[in-house]
Ligand binder design. Structure first.
Ligand SMILES: Cc1cc2nc3c(=O)[nH]c(=O)nc-3n(C[C@H](O)[C@H](O)[C@H](O)COP(=O)(O)O)c2cc1C
Length: 203
Protein backbone atom coordinates (compact mmCIF):
# COMPACT_ATOMS: atom_id res chain seq x y z
CA UNK A 1 0.00 0.00 0.00
CA UNK A 2 1.46 3.43 -0.85
CA UNK A 3 2.85 5.29 2.16
CA UNK A 4 0.43 8.14 1.64
CA UNK A 5 -2.38 6.19 3.29
CA UNK A 6 -1.84 5.01 6.83
CA UNK A 7 -5.32 4.55 8.28
CA UNK A 8 -3.97 4.17 11.84
CA UNK A 9 -2.50 7.63 11.56
CA UNK A 10 -4.28 9.27 8.66
CA UNK A 11 -3.20 12.62 7.29
CA UNK A 12 -4.74 15.62 9.05
CA UNK A 13 -5.97 17.11 5.83
CA UNK A 14 -8.31 14.90 3.81
CA UNK A 15 -7.99 17.16 0.78
CA UNK A 16 -4.26 16.60 0.63
CA UNK A 17 -4.86 12.87 0.90
CA UNK A 18 -7.50 13.10 -1.83
CA UNK A 19 -5.12 14.94 -4.15
CA UNK A 20 -2.46 12.29 -3.53
CA UNK A 21 -4.88 9.55 -4.51
CA UNK A 22 -6.15 11.51 -7.52
CA UNK A 23 -2.57 12.04 -8.74
CA UNK A 24 -2.00 8.28 -8.60
CA UNK A 25 -5.29 7.68 -10.39
CA UNK A 26 -4.26 10.14 -13.11
CA UNK A 27 -1.21 7.96 -13.76
CA UNK A 28 -2.99 4.61 -13.64
CA UNK A 29 -6.55 4.98 -14.93
CA UNK A 30 -6.95 4.64 -18.68
CA UNK A 31 -10.02 6.90 -18.94
CA UNK A 32 -11.50 9.72 -16.90
CA UNK A 33 -9.64 9.48 -13.57
CA UNK A 34 -11.64 12.56 -12.53
CA UNK A 35 -14.93 10.81 -13.29
CA UNK A 36 -17.18 10.56 -10.26
CA UNK A 37 -20.68 9.31 -9.63
CA UNK A 38 -22.93 12.13 -8.45
CA UNK A 39 -25.96 11.19 -6.35
CA UNK A 40 -28.80 13.66 -5.94
CA UNK A 41 -32.30 13.28 -4.60
CA UNK A 42 -35.55 14.96 -5.51
CA UNK A 43 -37.75 16.90 -3.08
CA UNK A 44 -39.36 13.59 -1.98
CA UNK A 45 -35.95 12.08 -1.23
CA UNK A 46 -35.91 9.73 -4.23
CA UNK A 47 -32.28 9.25 -5.32
CA UNK A 48 -30.73 9.31 -8.79
CA UNK A 49 -27.16 8.86 -9.92
CA UNK A 50 -24.94 9.69 -12.91
CA UNK A 51 -21.29 10.33 -13.73
CA UNK A 52 -19.76 13.81 -13.96
CA UNK A 53 -16.16 15.09 -14.15
CA UNK A 54 -14.45 16.74 -11.20
CA UNK A 55 -13.11 20.15 -12.23
CA UNK A 56 -11.62 21.28 -8.93
CA UNK A 57 -11.26 20.19 -5.32
CA UNK A 58 -10.17 22.68 -2.68
CA UNK A 59 -11.30 24.13 0.65
CA UNK A 60 -14.44 25.40 -1.04
CA UNK A 61 -15.44 21.91 -2.13
CA UNK A 62 -15.62 19.53 -5.09
CA UNK A 63 -16.76 21.26 -8.28
CA UNK A 64 -18.39 19.97 -11.46
CA UNK A 65 -20.15 21.72 -14.34
CA UNK A 66 -23.49 21.00 -15.90
CA UNK A 67 -26.83 22.32 -17.09
CA UNK A 68 -29.01 23.63 -14.23
CA UNK A 69 -32.12 22.72 -16.23
CA UNK A 70 -31.07 19.06 -16.41
CA UNK A 71 -32.57 16.42 -14.14
CA UNK A 72 -29.64 16.67 -11.74
CA UNK A 73 -29.82 20.47 -11.87
CA UNK A 74 -33.49 20.47 -10.96
CA UNK A 75 -32.88 18.02 -8.13
CA UNK A 76 -30.00 20.07 -6.74
CA UNK A 77 -32.14 23.18 -6.86
CA UNK A 78 -34.96 21.42 -4.94
CA UNK A 79 -32.62 19.59 -2.57
CA UNK A 80 -29.11 21.09 -2.44
CA UNK A 81 -27.33 18.06 -1.00
CA UNK A 82 -25.23 15.53 -2.88
CA UNK A 83 -22.93 12.56 -2.58
CA UNK A 84 -19.94 11.83 -4.83
CA UNK A 85 -18.13 8.57 -5.41
CA UNK A 86 -14.78 8.00 -7.05
CA UNK A 87 -13.89 4.40 -7.86
CA UNK A 88 -10.37 3.88 -9.17
CA UNK A 89 -10.42 0.24 -10.22
CA UNK A 90 -6.74 -0.03 -11.06
CA UNK A 91 -5.84 1.23 -7.57
CA UNK A 92 -8.62 -0.73 -5.84
CA UNK A 93 -9.73 2.39 -4.05
CA UNK A 94 -12.85 4.41 -3.55
CA UNK A 95 -13.48 7.85 -2.08
CA UNK A 96 -16.91 8.98 -0.90
CA UNK A 97 -17.80 12.64 -0.39
CA UNK A 98 -21.05 14.02 1.04
CA UNK A 99 -22.27 17.51 1.76
CA UNK A 100 -24.40 20.51 0.90
CA UNK A 101 -24.25 21.97 -2.59
CA UNK A 102 -23.98 25.55 -3.82
CA UNK A 103 -23.63 27.17 -7.23
CA UNK A 104 -20.21 28.59 -8.19
CA UNK A 105 -19.88 32.31 -8.86
CA UNK A 106 -20.67 33.55 -12.41
CA UNK A 107 -17.00 34.54 -12.74
CA UNK A 108 -15.85 31.01 -11.93
CA UNK A 109 -18.34 29.52 -14.35
CA UNK A 110 -17.24 31.97 -17.08
CA UNK A 111 -13.57 31.13 -16.52
CA UNK A 112 -14.16 27.41 -16.82
CA UNK A 113 -16.56 27.79 -19.78
CA UNK A 114 -13.99 29.86 -21.67
CA UNK A 115 -11.38 27.13 -21.14
CA UNK A 116 -13.52 24.55 -22.96
CA UNK A 117 -13.06 23.75 -26.66
CA UNK A 118 -15.20 25.91 -28.94
CA UNK A 119 -17.27 22.90 -30.08
CA UNK A 120 -18.06 22.03 -26.46
CA UNK A 121 -19.24 25.60 -25.86
CA UNK A 122 -21.47 25.36 -28.95
CA UNK A 123 -22.70 22.02 -27.62
CA UNK A 124 -23.73 23.63 -24.34
CA UNK A 125 -26.03 25.91 -26.35
CA UNK A 126 -27.34 23.09 -28.52
CA UNK A 127 -28.14 20.60 -25.75
CA UNK A 128 -31.31 20.89 -23.71
CA UNK A 129 -29.81 18.35 -21.36
CA UNK A 130 -32.18 15.67 -20.00
CA UNK A 131 -35.18 16.79 -22.06
CA UNK A 132 -36.70 14.60 -24.79
CA UNK A 133 -34.91 14.72 -28.17
CA UNK A 134 -36.84 13.62 -31.24
CA UNK A 135 -33.83 12.54 -33.31
CA UNK A 136 -30.06 12.80 -33.66
CA UNK A 137 -30.73 15.04 -36.66
CA UNK A 138 -32.64 17.51 -34.47
CA UNK A 139 -29.58 17.81 -32.24
CA UNK A 140 -27.26 18.26 -35.22
CA UNK A 141 -29.52 21.03 -36.57
CA UNK A 142 -29.28 22.84 -33.24
CA UNK A 143 -25.48 22.46 -33.24
CA UNK A 144 -25.38 23.93 -36.78
CA UNK A 145 -27.69 26.78 -35.76
CA UNK A 146 -25.53 27.82 -32.80
CA UNK A 147 -22.28 27.28 -34.73
CA UNK A 148 -23.63 29.78 -37.31
CA UNK A 149 -24.88 32.17 -34.64
CA UNK A 150 -21.48 32.18 -32.92
CA UNK A 151 -19.38 31.79 -36.07
CA UNK A 152 -17.10 34.63 -35.03
CA UNK A 153 -16.09 36.10 -31.69
CA UNK A 154 -16.52 34.48 -28.33
CA UNK A 155 -19.20 31.95 -27.48
CA UNK A 156 -20.91 33.31 -24.35
CA UNK A 157 -21.81 31.01 -21.47
CA UNK A 158 -25.50 30.09 -21.43
CA UNK A 159 -27.13 31.29 -18.20
CA UNK A 160 -28.32 27.72 -17.54
CA UNK A 161 -24.81 26.27 -17.72
CA UNK A 162 -22.80 26.56 -14.51
CA UNK A 163 -20.90 24.73 -11.80
CA UNK A 164 -21.98 23.18 -8.54
CA UNK A 165 -19.74 22.76 -5.54
CA UNK A 166 -20.19 20.02 -2.95
CA UNK A 167 -18.86 21.27 0.40
CA UNK A 168 -17.56 18.10 2.06
CA UNK A 169 -18.84 17.24 5.54
CA UNK A 170 -17.83 13.57 5.15
CA UNK A 171 -14.93 12.19 3.13
CA UNK A 172 -14.21 8.49 3.34
CA UNK A 173 -11.15 6.76 1.93
CA UNK A 174 -11.39 3.06 1.18
CA UNK A 175 -8.50 0.85 0.21
CA UNK A 176 -8.96 -2.76 -0.78
CA UNK A 177 -7.47 -5.28 1.66
CA UNK A 178 -6.84 -9.03 1.49
CA UNK A 179 -9.84 -11.27 2.23
CA UNK A 180 -12.21 -8.29 2.31
CA UNK A 181 -10.48 -6.79 5.36
CA UNK A 182 -10.37 -3.39 3.76
CA UNK A 183 -9.06 -0.18 5.29
CA UNK A 184 -11.51 2.66 5.74
CA UNK A 185 -10.72 6.13 7.07
CA UNK A 186 -13.58 8.54 7.63
CA UNK A 187 -13.15 12.29 8.01
CA UNK A 188 -16.25 14.08 9.22
CA UNK A 189 -17.24 17.49 10.53
CA UNK A 190 -20.52 19.13 11.51
CA UNK A 191 -19.98 22.26 9.44
CA UNK A 192 -17.46 23.63 6.99
CA UNK A 193 -15.83 25.85 9.63
CA UNK A 194 -15.39 22.95 12.08
CA UNK A 195 -12.24 20.81 12.37
CA UNK A 196 -12.19 17.34 10.84
CA UNK A 197 -12.69 14.29 13.07
CA UNK A 198 -10.86 11.15 11.93
CA UNK A 199 -12.07 7.60 12.51
CA UNK A 200 -11.27 4.16 11.28
CA UNK A 201 -14.33 2.15 10.26
CA UNK A 202 -14.85 -1.59 10.16
CA UNK A 203 -14.78 -2.81 6.59
C1 LIG B 1 -17.35 9.69 -17.50
C2 LIG B 1 -18.52 10.61 -17.68
C3 LIG B 1 -18.37 11.96 -17.37
C4 LIG B 1 -19.44 12.85 -17.50
N1 LIG B 1 -19.25 14.15 -17.14
C5 LIG B 1 -20.31 15.00 -17.17
C6 LIG B 1 -20.17 16.34 -16.66
O1 LIG B 1 -19.11 16.75 -16.18
N2 LIG B 1 -21.26 17.14 -16.71
C7 LIG B 1 -22.48 16.72 -17.20
O2 LIG B 1 -23.41 17.51 -17.23
N3 LIG B 1 -22.64 15.45 -17.66
C8 LIG B 1 -21.59 14.58 -17.64
N4 LIG B 1 -21.75 13.29 -18.09
C9 LIG B 1 -23.10 12.85 -18.54
C10 LIG B 1 -23.96 12.53 -17.31
O3 LIG B 1 -23.58 11.26 -16.77
C11 LIG B 1 -25.45 12.53 -17.59
O4 LIG B 1 -25.76 11.69 -18.68
C12 LIG B 1 -26.00 13.93 -17.91
O5 LIG B 1 -25.34 14.93 -17.16
C13 LIG B 1 -27.50 14.01 -17.67
O6 LIG B 1 -27.77 13.65 -16.33
P1 LIG B 1 -29.16 14.03 -15.61
O7 LIG B 1 -30.26 13.72 -16.60
O8 LIG B 1 -29.23 13.21 -14.38
O9 LIG B 1 -29.11 15.51 -15.30
C14 LIG B 1 -20.70 12.38 -17.97
C15 LIG B 1 -20.84 11.01 -18.29
C16 LIG B 1 -19.77 10.15 -18.13
C17 LIG B 1 -19.97 8.68 -18.44
Amino acid sequence: MPAIFNPDSPADDPLALFHGWLAEAEEKEINDPTGMALATADAQGRPSLRMVLLKGADDGGFTFYTNVESRKGEQLTANPNAALLFHWKSLRRQVRVEGPVSVVTPEQADTYFESRPRQSRIGAWASQQSRPLESRFALEKRVARYAAKYATGTVPRPAYWTGFRVAPLRIEFWQDGAFRLHDRALYSRDAEDQPWQKQRLYP
